[in-house]
Design a protein around this ligand. Sequence first.
Ligand SMILES: C[C@@H](N)C(=O)N[C@H](C)C(=O)O
Ligand SMILES: [Zn+2]
Length: 295
Amino acid sequence: MMVLPRWRWPRSIPMPISATTTKTSRFRAYAIAKAARNRKSSGALRAIALLVAAFAFLPGGCASTSLAPSVTAQQATIERNDSRAVGSADNAESVGLVDAQSLAPGLQLDIRYAGSDNFVGAPIDGYHAPRCLLLRPAAQALARVERDLRTQGLRLRVFDCYRPMRAVRHFVRWAADLEDQASKPIYYPRLDKRELLGDYIAPTSGHSRGATVDLTLERCDGATCAPLDMGTPFDFFDSRANTDAADVTALQRGNRDRLRAAMQREGFRNYPLEWWHYTLQPEPSPGRYYDVPVR
Ligand SMILES: C[C@@H](N)C(=O)N[C@H](C)C(=O)O
Ligand SMILES: [Zn+2]
């Protein structure tokens, strides 16, 4: 039976002020709580911030039920976004996407959605080759990160780059199929599948704008490379994957910080719920979603 998962407000659509939703409110609350923790704020301010954060992290978030539009609205969102995609182009280069590995030959590619080693358990629509395509400014910035890390004996292992919109639709279909729980033990053991869409899998993903990348660090000794321990694998949908999660070891924290520092130096910003997800700021093409296949 296909059941649509709980609807969440898409990041691409401005949200009415009164409409606090799981995604945005959690994100803001997270930032507020973190800022309060880092700053030497007064006890009262800190208590308020932590209360806001705790409320936002309650299952179901704040006002999502009163907002919850129908399935048709979710479909409309997807279609509206489709109309912003770059028309009939089916050639990535013609829309300005470049092969990041051609600028940074040292990038290690482990493009999970081009094969079956991912949470869906099958190759994802739109991925016909294991390539890392990005808009040129993002690819250039990633190449600078890679050069910088190489001097420290480290390499970047890339899991995903530009993601065609048809791939995102494949994820949404997978998320709606609640009978398929095959990957739960490995990818979301502590979450209900209905919780994934929104926080951990975006129904309208920044990856489709061509300046977002999922990646990790690895240390190489000659030709042998081993990924650094980040506390969770890639695409482990769980609060332990939140970049500043408290329940990781000092070593894992250090590795996450090292990746974040290297990426930030070249203008990439981390998504706090996933230690592996980075977007170049400012985005080269912030309002544009692409749907050309990766070939
Ligand atoms: C699915 C995961 N790799 C990811 O990229 N998640 C973010 C939220 C996204 O889908 O944009
Ligand atoms: Zn990502």
